[in-house]
Each structure stands twice: as C-alpha cells, then as structure tokens.
Design a protein around this ligand. Structure first.
Ligand code: NZQ
Ligand code: ZN
Length: 389
C-alpha cells in the first residue's frame, strides 16, 4: 500500500441544540458574517430564525446571500466573493446542503483574489493560496462538503460542472444536527443516500492493495446506508436513521477511507457531465450510472472485489461461482436504488437522450483516459452512457 497523510481539522458539533455554540465559534474569526443559503428551506424549518436570533443577540453584523442553486452556479460564487470584499467579511456561515456549502467555499477563496472565481476551475486552474474561514450548518446528508476540502461549481454558459479540492476550503467548524434533516423529502433523501454510497464505492472498487481495516469500515458504512435510508424515507423524523446517514455522509468523503489508494474516481466525472448538460440531481445521476459502470468493468481479474462487495454488503449467498455472486451483488444494488429507494432507473425516463454522449464522454475523461478502477477511454464512457438509456 502507498503512504498517506490524514488531516481532517474540521471541528464538528454533532446532535441537537448544539447551536448554542455557534456564536462562540464565529467570534473566533470576527463579527462580520456573510450568511449564505439556498432557496428557502432553512426558513421553512425555522432554522433561519434561530440562527439570526443567536447572532443578533451576540452583536454580529450579518449580511445575507440567498438563492444558491442546487448544482450551484459560478454567478452565485461571484456575487458572494464580491459581497465579502465590499462588506469586509470576517467569516462565512453556510447553512444548507452541499450546493450552499460548495458555493460558499469558493466565495471564501474568491474574496481574497482579484481574478474571476471561474479561474479556479477553467484551464487557468488559479492557485488557491488562502480563503476566509467557513463555518457550516448542514441540512442535508449527502455530499460530505461539511467535512471535506472539495466543491463542485457549474457554469451554464459553457456546460461545465467542475470540482476542485484544496485544504484551504475545509470548513473550520460544522454543525451536524440530524433534526435539521427531518424536512428533507423522500426524493432528496434517496439521492443523498446514493451519493454517500457512491463516495464509498468509488474508493472501495480498487485493486490496489490497502488496509483490510478500511475495507471493513467501508462495508460497514455501506450497510449503514442500506439499513437507514429506507427508514428515513418512511419515517422522516426518525432521529437514529437521520443521525446515521448524517455521520456516514461526512466520513464517506473526509479522506479517512482513502488510505493510500491513488486511483481516480469513475462515476463522479461521468455524472458531473450529466448534471452540467441537463442540471439533474447529482445522486440520481449516480444511481443510474453506478450499477451499469460496475457491470461494464466486471471481468475475471477483478471479480474478487465484486464478490467481497456482494457478500459483505448485501449478504449474497457465497455458495455459487464467483461471477454469479458478483452479478447478484450488482443486481442487489440496482434493486436497492430503483425499487427500495424508488428512483427512476434510466436516462430516457428523465428525458435524456444520446445527443451529447460523445462530447460528455470526452469531457469526463479529461485529458484522455479516466484512470479509475478500470481505465476508461471516451469510447468506454460512451458505451456506459448507452447502457443507461
Ligand atoms: O435550496 P434549498 O431551499 O435549501 O433546498 C434544497 C435543494 O432544493 C433542499 N434542501 C436542503 N436541505 C433541506 C432541503 N429541503 C428540505 N429540508 C432541508 N433540510 O434540497 C435540495 C438539494 O440541495 P443541494 O444542496 O443541492 O443537495 P446536495 O447536498 O445533494 O448537494 C449537491 C451538490 O453538491 C455537489 C453535487 O455535485 C451538487 O452540485 N457535490 C459536492 C461534493 C463535495 N463538496 O465534496 C461531492 C459530491 O460528490 C457532489 O459532487
Ligand atoms: Zn457525490
């Protein structure tokens, strides 16, 4: 296995009523706050009122940027970066799901540079030397943005959706209260759960030798989502279910499970093209792609990993030949996404045809080949998109 660095300095307040610590944490960075949020769900659940009451009581000067879109756009980032400069902001408080937190990360970085924030993503790949401090209050369990160094931003003018990782973007403090996710509807709960599973699957399906302990950890997290996502959908205010999904979402992508694995991810680059061209929900795209990608990559050399997945995650009977076990594991995942979670199971059903497959496949492969679990050329990716129709 390869060497690795583990460094996750985000301070997490987990559980109910932890917001009493919000102001003491914000104060460490200053008193001028940019509060960012999405389309208004935080007002419906009265979280906005609670936060504002705390901050007003403690003498903070609060500026607001609302309306951050799902699949957040570069224009929102531009606006936020500009507001930070104009109002001399000390700290950004992101309240919402991955879209709000992601956009806020690049506002925080954009606030400290003179160039257009899109330069962080385009061919210039401008360096991120620093960012204003970010505090997050998570309201949807999915992306892990609350405890990771990444973010993904869309530019509708160029049909691009591009991710960027940088340690300066890691939230300093995150508040994870499962009750804030009680209002997440069935569809978003399902999509978020798929996203969590995908973050694990992207790392788990890897033939590089690594720690057995990490494989066990990943299998446990996958089983956790399989157990609790349907409960959270049936009983939205089930604390145990929401808490398990929330903490799993953070640990699925905060760097811990990576160990020394160096291979690139596969389904995420393919999905980001779907969202870039058709503005679909990230988790839905991943649900449609993941079982097809697994099917496409399966061969005699890697079958053992599929067998491990099938038996340890879905309890598939191991008294059959290896290929049958592997295929049964893919089928169980397929059934979980499309029957248990009730998601639409192909691209045609959500109005996507093959018109952009060639260009999307090329963009998904970046500079040539997607070097993941199995190397994929643009032709391979196009075939996987075809399997999703
Ligand atoms: O905008 P509001 O009104 O808040 O509504 C949102 C939005 O419509 C709603 N929602 C959020 N919390 C809610 C709620 N509705 C009711 N009650 C609540 N408590 O849910 C909708 C979706 O929100 P969004 O933030 O877009 O979802 P998610 O957290 O899944 O974020 C998706 C974005 O994150 C990126 C995705 O590509 C996508 O752009 N990702 C970020 C990653 C990262 N930072 O590491 C990794 C992921 O792989 C992913 O790519
Ligand atoms: Zn994801």
């Amino acid at each position: 296995m390869n060497n690795f660095i583990y460094n996750i300095p985000t301070k997490v307040y987990f559980g109910e009523n932890q917001l009493i610590h919000l102001c003491e944490e914000l104060k460490k960075f200053g008193t001028r706050v940019l509060l960012t949020y999405g389309g208004g769900s935080i007002k419906k659940i009265s979280l906005y009122d609670k936060i504002m009451a705390e901050m007003n009581k403690n003498g903070f000067e609060v500026f607001e940027l609302s309306g951050i879109e799902p699949n957040p756009r570069i224009d929102s980032v531009r606006k936020g970066a500009q507001m930070c400069k104009e109002h001399n902001i000390d700290v950004l408080l992101a309240v919402g799901g991955g879209s709000t937190i992601d956009a806020t990360k690049f506002m925080a970085a954009g606030a400290l540079v003179d160039h257009d924030p899109w330069d962080f993503f385009n061919e210039k790949r401008a360096t991120i030397n620093d960012a204003l401090p970010i505090v997050s209050i998570l309201t949807l369990s999915a992306t892990g943005s609350e405890m990771d160094t990444g973010g993904v931003i869309s530019n509708p003018e160029t049909n691009d959706k591009i991710g960027r990782l940088d340690p300066h973007l890691l939230p300093k403090v995150s508040f994870l209260d499962p009750t804030n996710t009680y209002s997440v509807n069935e569809y978003q709960t399902a999509c978020g759960s798929v996203d969590i599973m995908s973050h694990i699957i992207e790392v788990y399906f890897n033939m590089e030798p690594d720690l057995y302990m990490l494989d066990c950890f990943m299998e446990g997290m996958l089983r956790t989502v399989v157990k609790y996502a349907p409960i959270a959908m049936r009983e939205p205010d089930n604390y145990e279910a929401r808490a398990n999904l929330m903490w799993t979402s953070s640990w699925a992508i905060n760097g811990f499970i990576n160990g020394g694995r160096a291979k690139a991810w596969s389904c995420h680059p393919m999905e980001h093209e779907l969202s870039a061209y058709y503005d679909i929900t990230h988790g839905l795209g991943l649900a449609i792609l993941t079982p097809r990608w697994m099917e496409y990559c399966l061969d005699e050399n890697n079958v053992s990993k599929y067998v491990q997945f099938a038996t340890n995650v879905f309890g598939v009977d191991s008294n059959q030949d290896q290929m049958s076990i592997a295929r049964e594991g893919i089928k169980r995942l397929y059934d979980f996404f499309f029957t248990t979670l009730g998601l639409k199971n192909n691209l045609s059903e959500i109005g996507i045809g093959r018109e952009n497959f060639a260009i999307m496949a090329k963009k998904a492969c970046g500079k040539g080949i997607l070097k993941g679990f199995r190397n994929l050329t643009p032709e391979d990716v196009e075939k996987i998109y075809e399997m999703c129709l």
